[in-house]
Design a protein around this ligand. Structure first.
Ligand SMILES: Nc1ncnc2c1ncn2[C@@H]1O[C@H](COP(=O)(O)OP(=O)(O)OP(=O)(O)O)[C@@H](O)[C@H]1O
Ligand SMILES: [Mg+2]
Length: 258
């Protein structure tokens, strides 16, 4: 039997960046599986109607996050086991109807997800994969989270984009506290000189919040094409090794390997 986790021990991490295509879903799925392989019990909640994180489940029917947010299903009815120790609440294309529903119902509807996750103490870690566009669903998921993890593309002006985003979050979330646990340089091509400059800029501004980086690796899109995690497709790949380092850095610092 697994001991119930103290609420305070459970990690609730939003994987967030309002820029599209920075590696949110890739990081979410592979972080989840890496943690699951280390015997952590993980629930990944897909908060993006594109459903990229949900695709690790393959074909399925049944309740989704939309149904939870609109009061048509309990969270337990929308949990699907993806792998051992790794469960998913999927999204679907109707998630924007849930966004409209939250707008129409107001304050109480924003906290539905926050209340729902109070009953999920069997999980060590909740991960939220976000859409690049900010909506009331984004906000509900951020209010259910306590920590923020940001995969960041190394492009011109990396600092300005992130600072602008943090300002927006502060404006939108009022007094809800979110600890930034890491900025992960993602899909990093070390062959370009500018890459090294961008990493230095990030480190100068965000200091130890900058985690180990994840290199560009063709194994990532290939794994996704097979609906596999990088650890299933090629556990020896560059990306698999890099993601392991991020996991170790952020979550397993105090644990021994294995
Ligand atoms: N390390 C990597 N190496 C190679 N390709 C990568 C890597 N990381 C991500 N990609 C590719 O980049 C694309 C965007 O990644 P992903 O879908 O994870 O980003 P996202 O932030 O979730 O996007 P969106 O904002 O649309 O939700 C995908 O096609 C993915 O295969
Ligand atoms: Mg995504």
């Amino acid at each position: 039997m697994k001991l119930q986790k103290e609420e305070s021990m459970q990690r609730r991490v939003s994987i967030f960046n309002m820029k599209g295509g920075t590696g949110k879903s890739t990081l979410a799925v592979n972080l989840a599986h890496a943690l699951a392989l280390k015997n952590q019990s993980v629930l990944l909640i897909d908060c993006d109607l594109q459903g990229n994180a949900s695709s690790i489940l393959g074909e399925r029917t049944g309740p989704t996050l939309t149904d939870i947010l609109t009061g048509n299903a309990q969270v337990s009815q929308a949990i699907y086991q993806a792998r051992e120790n790794f469960a998913v609440v999927p999204a679907d294309r109707q998630l924007n109807t849930a966004a409209n529903y939250i707008v129409s119902k107001g304050r109480k509807a924003y906290s539905v997800l926050h209340r729902a996750v109070q009953d999920l103490s069997q999980y060590d870690i909740l991960l939220f994969d976000h859409s690049p566009s900010y909506s009331t669903v984004t906000e509900a998921a951020l209010l259910a989270s306590t920590e923020l993890l940001i995969p960041c593309e190394l492009a011109p002006y990396p600092i300005e984009g992130l600072l602008g985003m943090f300002n927006k979050l502060q404006d939108e979330l009022d007094d809800h506290q979110l600890a930034i646990i890491g900025i992960v340089p993602f899909n990093v091509d070390l062959r370009y000189n500018m890459t090294h400059q961008y990493i230095e800029e990030l480190q100068t501004t965000f200091k130890d919040k900058v985690t180990p980086l994840v290199r560009t690796d063709a194994a990532i899109p290939k794994a996704q094409a097979y609906r596999q995690t990088i650890f299933e497709y090629d556990a020896q790949s560059k990306a698999a090794q890099d993601i392991q380092k991020v996991v170790q850095h952020l979550f397993l610092g105090g644990m021994t390997n294995g």
